[in-house]
Design a protein around this ligand. Structure first.
Ligand code: FAD
Ligand code: NAD
Length: 160
């Protein structure tokens, strides 16, 4: 099977878009990621998946902490910035939540500590224990079939 065919298949599954952030030696770093899932309620666990060539991998291992920031539909530029899809001159100012850098105005910020990690193929799955979170009103940014999109509400059929 071709990589492109697999990616096209995975791209059919619409997701939100996150920026994963962490801090090493006082420097904050971000990386765009859509591989994310809620794992457990007790304890509160989530999972992210980081490619073995991403610089973020060793940064998370070193800090032992990371944040997951669910971007709003007004933050496509931040997704492009932290995926290296577009270069920006300005310095990015992170906020902070429970000792971890976060993206301001994200619809959700999760401040996590590394609970476990599993290497699977060419990615590393980090299980994060959520220590704190914030929620902000707003519509999420969507990624589907390799394109950024916005949500559109569908009218529900009347149920009798
Ligand atoms: P870098 O290449 O160093 O950083 C990425 C970019 O962020 C660079 O352009 C850098 O300048 C910028 N940046 C980082 N920190 C700062 C800062 N403090 N201030 C300003 N700019 C900064 N990859 C995965 O492994 N898992 C995924 O789930 C995943 N999902 C993705 C979803 C989407 C929608 C997209 C577009 C990409 C996804 N990627 C994913 C790919 C990943 O985002 C890129 O490969 C990324 O470039 C890897 O970053 P890096 O850690 O190697 O760090
Ligand atoms: P795309 O068509 O490559 O992505 C569609 C879907 O394929 C993604 O949502 C993801 O589920 C999967 N995918 C893509 N690359 C993958 C990888 N290296 N490992 C595992 N799954 C992967 O969309 P695009 O616009 O061409 O993506 C932009 C860039 O971001 C590409 O370089 C892509 O590789 C990367 N990306 C990586 C991941 C990831 O590592 N999990 C996820 C999404 C995008």
């Amino acid at each position: 099977m071709e990589d492109r065919q697999f990616r096209n298949a995975m791209g059919k599954f619409a997701t939100g878009v996150n920026v994963i952030a962490t801090e090493v030696d006082g420097e904050a770093y971000g990386m765009t990621a859509n591989a994310f899932m809620s794992v457990s309620l007790d304890p509160k666990l989530i999972v992210i998946s980081i490619g073995d060539k991403a610089k973020m991998l060793e940064r998370i291992r070193e800090s032992g902490k990371f944040s997951v920031n669910v971007l709003s539909c007004e933050q496509q530029e931040q997704s492009m910035r932290f995926a290296g899809q577009k270069q920006f001159e300005d310095k990015f100012e992170f906020g902070e939540l429970a000792g971890v850098p976060v993206v301001e105005d994200a619809v959700c910020q999760l401040s996590c500590e590394v609970y476990n990690e599993h290497t699977e193929g060419d990615h590393v799955l980090f299980i994060g224990k959520v220590n704190d979170l914030t929620l902000t009103d707003g519509e999420p940014l969507i990624f589907n079939c390799g394109k950024y999109r916005e949500l559109k509400e569908l009218e529900l059929e009347e149920v009798r």
